[in-house]
Design a protein around this ligand. Sequence first.
Ligand code: IDC
Length: 333
Amino acid sequence: MTNRSSKNLRLKIILIMLTLISSLSQANIAPVEKHGQLAIENGQLVNQRHKAVSLAGPSFYWSNNGWSGEELYSKQVISNIRQQWQPGIVRVALGADYDGSYLFFPEDNLRRVTEVIDAAIENNLYVIVDWHSHHAERNIEQAVQFFQLMAQRYGHLPHIIYEIYNEPLKDTDWHSVIKPYAIKVIEAIRAIDKDNIILVGTQSWSQDVDISAINPIKDVQNIAYSLHFYAGTHKNELRQKAQKALDAGLALFVSEWGSVSATGDGAVDYLETEKWLAFMKENKLSHCSWALSRKNEEAAMFKTDASITGPWPDEQLTENGRYLKKIISNWGY
Ligand code: IDC
């Protein structure tokens, strides 16, 4: 071999190695490193290069004192979930107003959610901070203050997504109650954080997105509307409602869904979940599944005696947990 051709060969080998290393590190690149600042453009969640993004991840359970999810609100849980499940996003559910919640134990609940949000940021995951309430309009001032605090703390970062009202009830009117509530909280957030995504809950446990579509919030950028479903209960009829809203140009975000029934119990509905997954893929929707908890109910992802920190071998996951882990880790971001 001549000197020149052996030099060429060496160059080629170096090039191949460099490509390999870069594709390997691409595979490990964290969600926020990859996508940066999110936005809503023409009803679609997009990344900093204006390309459509679809994120998947788990939702934490109610943060309330003495319920079944508080012990999982920790740094270790986030780093183990990141390692084992490769989510694009996680959702923290600040129990707002029931017993054991933020209104009664502000320090405990705040400590839990900030530990998890901080850890999500360290791991470069997107993180939703959700005011987990069914009656948020009863405590507007407290919600405003809480989101001001979140915006001051995290609003300068691309990681944070505000979910201002988990699920208004069936009789809570969009036009006269939910929308005015949302406008107040959005104004407070936007005074501090000009651009991060804000998710707005919709009437009937965040299902009536078609009603929001006929009377959406105007003149605010980067707003999406929550669509929640539980595959054991909600089927084609709800997908049709969602399709109507999408056709009207509304941005939807599935900030919570379950593979079981809406009570949190019942068998995993594989057939209907697969239909929902196809719907979310096709429409490039982002989604978080319920729930990271060890409660004795089918919606819980962990068995009651699973480790509180992880890592979790599959034997420590429930049937639902194993299924959701597979869905999330195969979703990509
Ligand atoms: C459920 C929990 C359950 C708890 C109940 C309290 O799984 O352990 O006792 O809340 O209200 C939702 C809600 C979510 C529910 C979940 C399942 O956002 O808080 O969690 N669900 O019922 N919407 C539809 C279903």
